[in-house]
Design a protein around this ligand. Structure first.
Ligand SMILES: CC(C)(COP(=O)(O)OP(=O)(O)OC[C@H]1O[C@@H](n2cnc3c(N)ncnc32)[C@H](O)[C@@H]1OP(=O)(O)O)[C@@H](O)C(=O)NCCC(=O)NCCS
Length: 171
């Protein structure tokens, strides 16, 4: 029987402090630094899920909602939100942790697509993922829509061939 995994199996948590050489002219974390950290965190989740080598296929969405200042403690949490045939969607949530005032602010989120590859860099099948929590179920349900959108934007799918997006836009 094919292996089925849980989102928690791929949970990856990375905690960092923002150093001066990682900041922009406003002394907040530089966006590209954060993207690099998010990609690393997501790639570990992807590898944990499929137990294979993985490559980033697409960065589908990144939002920067709140600046992260120099000296801030940044916590990245990533998990597989849905597995397809050879590709998987990974959700990365970023938090600014303030242990002194005991506050945690959700500053960013990013949605990545990774593909499992063999030794010749050819895509290979991966285990399916079964959501458990309400949030995991919501992210799982919306993932096919995002996959279709990403494939359309990258020229890999014709809009007319989409199923989920047509349902959403009613045509
Ligand atoms: C990603 C890669 C392995 C895909 O290879 P490919 O021969 O095009 O393979 P396929 O067309 O069969 O796609 C493989 C899977 O990726 C998915 N995929 C590919 N591009 C995608 C995109 N832009 N958005 C969402 N999914 C994508 C496909 O839908 C397919 O998913 P499925 O099998 O789960 O249905 C290949 O393009 C590659 O090696 N890219 C470079 C990756 C890399 O170097 N990343 C680091 C960047 S510095």
């Amino acid at each position: 029987m094919a292996k089925i995994k849980k989102a928690i199996d791929s949970l990856t948590v990375m905690t960092n402090i923002v150093l001066p050489n990682e900041t922009n002219s406003l002394r907040n974390l530089f966006g590209g630094e954060l993207l690099s950290k998010m990609d690393r965190c997501a790639s570990i989740s992807a590898a944990r899920h499929c137990e294979r080598r993985v490559v980033t296929a697409s960065v589908n969405h990144v939002s920067f909602n709140h600046p992260i200042p120099e000296g801030g403690i940044v916590v990245l949490e990533s998990k597989v939100s849905r597995a397809f045939s050879t590709s998987m969607e990974i959700y990365v949530d970023v938090w600014l942790d303030d242990p002194i005032n005991q506050k945690k602010i959700h500053t960013n989120e990013g949605i990545y697509t990774f593909v499992a590859v063999d030794e010749f860099n050819r895509p290979i099948p991966i285990p399916q993922m079964e959501p458990e929590t309400e949030e995991e179920q919501q992210r799982f349900d919306a993932a096919l829509r995002r996959k279709e959108l990403s494939l359309i934007l990258s020229g890999r799918m014709k809009p007319a061939d989409s199923v989920e997006l047509k349902k959403l836009f009613g045509s």
